[in-house]
Each structure stands twice: as structure tokens, then as C-alpha cells.
Design a protein around this ligand. Sequence first.
Ligand code: FEO
Length: 576
Amino acid sequence: MIVLTETIKKVNSPSRLTLQTVKIAPETTTIRSLDWDRDRFDIEFGLNNGTTYNSFLIQGEKTALIDTSHQKFRQLYLDGLESLIDLSTIDYLIVSHTEPDHSGLVKEVLQLAPQVTVIGAKVGIQFLENMVHQPFKHRIVKNGDRVDLGMGHELEFVSAPNLHWPDTIFTYDTKTRILYTCDAFGMHYCDDFLFDEEPDLIKADFQYYYDCLMGPNARSVLAALKRIDKLAIEKIATGHGPLLQHHISKWVEHYREWSQAQAKAETLVALFYAEDYGYSDELARAIANGIIKTGVAVELVSLNAAEPQEIRELVDAAAGLVIGMPPQSAPIAHTALGTILAAARPKQAVGLFESGGGEDEPIYPLRNKFQEIGLSEAFPPISLKEPPNQTLEQMCDEAGIDIGQWLTRDRTVQQMKSLDGNLDKALGRLSNGLYVITAKKGEISSAMLASWVTQASLSPLGVAIAVAKDRAIASFLQPGDRFVLNVLEEGNYRTLMKHFLKRFPPGSDRFAGIKTYPATNGSPILADALAYMECEVTSRMECSDHWIVYGTVQTGRVAKLDALTAVHHRKVGNHY
Ligand code: FEO
């Protein structure tokens, strides 16, 4: 049994960045950079619980540092590290993967400790060479390779590509039985709890993080789980959020179950991107999130690292292709594009986006080639005029929804025909009012015509709304988000209903031509609505293809006391 002696050191800074160093096992210390206020990585990371960047120090006869921190923690992190160890005595710096939230201070550590040997996957070391622009000692490791630190700390490396970049490795310490996983099993959650004592508190964040970051690579998650199945794991030391110790089998099983469900999806989109170039990663993930909302699986594939055979197999298996333009100067990516083109076939759907790295392959010649082969364009090319903002990310999310819906259109029609006639008609006798849900998050707004709305509680006053998972507005209705429930008026609803029922191109303004004014909570109130209520999402429940969103009502108003709510009568219950 391992007896832990914990010492906690916290250094406060005015911008709510704090550092926590805690001994978690013999000769093993975590250095956690706590970013209390960070509320989004991209559009989907909106749970408002901050995040942490976790680094680890193992001091055997030799010393290894696993990952560093984000640049914003430069001083705090380096001071914290120097308080633990003389940097000139660090032997290894293990880079689990090279995204800057973990490797943002690699350059600084190498400047202060030039004797260090950097350990990473082959592609990770290549990425690092481009990041630090200085020679450094390195060792490339493959799955199963080991490094002995002495005092029992023999480290075994596990290849875990695509979790979350192609360069990801896990590190397993055979003495402490700690598995260091960087992004995998993490969550964007910042509080004083070091471990997962309260699973109910973090489950939503854990799942949300999986959906956004790991879901687009479910097959890679399953491959990594197979590799770690043989390990006796006492702790999972993640790169974000609390470390996992109390409910490990539960967390691992969640990953398995969610990934198996994804892998079973009948329809697949292969999404090719250049992960270390421009804004390719951000935009690829926003598109992937949209695709997943439609029940279609996505596989994110690196244009820099994928083997031609892997590319051919994926293109062959995929119903849709999405490509983020790589740099013209990258011969590997250029060859990968050629392989995709050669393997593409008519009737596949395709979508292209710019990556914004400054020397993108031109998008239109590639688009023409796909059209010549006979592929259908699922969304217009996404061009970058400026660095991504919420509007562009929302456009990408909606482009992903469009390609997913395009690919599942036959399934949707089949579902509509599949119910028993009588049951179908009986269900159609459920009738509801007509409403428009509006919401604003940061700079962007969204809206949805809704009918499945009901009062759900008296104290506090609460409403429940069923929202299909492939609705763009679903991203705006997370716990803590605010929205307005606009009630449409009988005899005066057709214009609004027609407007909000139409199909909007990705990223378009839902409110163009509609009179609105802002609610106290920032969401648009429709000027022609009969009544409105300002609400806050308290919780949401997953119900097959819908979310049931429960919101508490904070304020509201009726425009005409003698008018009635518009009612939606349907003939059948198996579609809207
Ligand atoms: Fe937390 Fe992929 O970096």
C-alpha cells in the first residue's frame, strides 16, 4: 500500500491563476496550473468551470518531468518547479503531446535545463523541433519502450495516437502504477479537489470533454484502451482537471461504452486536417462536433502523419470527406491529398475549409477536382478572413450538422415511415403550443422553433423543452446558459414560424429581417411574440435523439392579455 504525504502549496495571482503542487505517490509530485476562469477552448467547451494543466515530476535515481504548462503560467510554473528541484538535475522531459497547453513552456525548460533529453513520439519530436527552434537532445519512443529511472520507477510508454493529437503517448510507472494520459480521461474542471472524490460533480464535464475531444477519434480511443487493459492502474494522472483514483474502472468503462457506440455508427465522415498548422485543429473539431450531433461518426485523420494505406481505407469506409487545407510546402500532406483524391468516389459528400496558416493549398482547384469526380458538396468552402472567432466556429459546427444531415437523410425518411400506423396517429394527437427559443452566448445568437415545451415545476417556476441533438442551438443550452422562451400568438404566428422553419446556411444570422430587442439575460426577445420568459438552464437529460432541457424561469411578460397561444396540431407522431 502506498502511503501519501501530501503537502499543498498555493501561490495566488490576481488573475485567478494559481499553482498547486502535491505529492501524489512516492517520489512523485504533481504541479497543477489552475486556470479558474478559462471558460472555453472552442465553442463546445462552455461549461464555465475553468480548467487545469497538470504536469508531473518523478524523482528516482534519475528525474523525469512529464509535460509542462500553458505559457500564461510561465512565471508561476517555473517558480513552482524550481521550488521542487534544481532544474540542472532533470534528466528527462516527457512530452505526452505537443499542443501548447501542455508544451507551452518546453522551450523555457530547455533553456534553463539544456541537459534534458526530451522523450516523445516520432511525430511529437518533429512538431517540437518546429516549436522550439533550437537543437535539443531527444529520444523517440514507440509503444512498449521503457526507461528506467531507478528506485523502482520503470516507465513504459504506450502509443495513443489521436488522443488528442497524432503524437500522443501515455506513460505508465510500474512502481506507483500511475498512468499519465495527458488529454485522455481529462476534463475542463478547476477546483481544489485533487482527485475524483465526487464523481457526480464532475461527470457532466467528463462526458462533455469526451464528446468534444475524444468522440471524433473513437476508434483510436478503443485502440488505446486495448493497450492499457493489461496494466494494473491505481491512478490516472490526466493533463486537465482532477486526477482519477477513486472510480477508475467507471471512467474507463464510460470511455469504452461511448467509443463503442460511436464506432458502431453506420455512417462515417473522414475528416483530414493538419493538426499543427494554422487554425486547422480548432476548425476541424468544431466541424466534427456538428457531425457527431447528427449521430454520424467522425474520424479525425492527420494529413501530416497518416500512412497512405490508412488514408485509402478510411476514404473507402467513409460516406463523407472533410478536408482542412494543409500548407503547400508540406510534401507529406501534399501526397496525402493526392491519395484522398485517388480514393474518393462519386456520391460521397465533401466539405473543405481553409486552415489559415498563411500558405494553404488553394481550396478551389481541389473543390473542382472533387466535383469532376462526382462528389456532392455538403457545405460551401469555409474561408478564413481573420483568426477564428465564435461566429466562424459556429459556422463550422453548423457545416458539420449539414454534412451529417445530408448523409443521414435516407435514414430519416425511413424512420418517418417506420412506425405502426395507429400508434403513429395516436401519438400525433399530442399537441403543444408554438414557441421560438432564442439564446445568445458570447458574440453569437441562435434560435429554434419549438413545440415540445411544457411547464415542469412550480417552485421554482421551471420549464422543460425537448431539443433534437442535431439542432445548432443545443450548444447554447448547457447548464448555466440562459435563453428566452418566446410564445407565438394564435392568428399571428405564420410569418415567424415560416422564418424559423427554413433551412439556414451555416453561420447565417437567424434574426435577419426579424424585429428583436435584448432580454436582461442578453438573448433576443421577438418583438412580435405574445409573451416571453427569460430562463436559465438548470440541467439537461439525454433522451435518445433529444435533450430534455430543464430551465428555471426568472422573469417574463405578456404583450396581450386576451390573446391565445398558437397551437400545433399534428397528424402523426413520428416526425415533427
Ligand atoms: Fe490539452 Fe490537446 O491539449
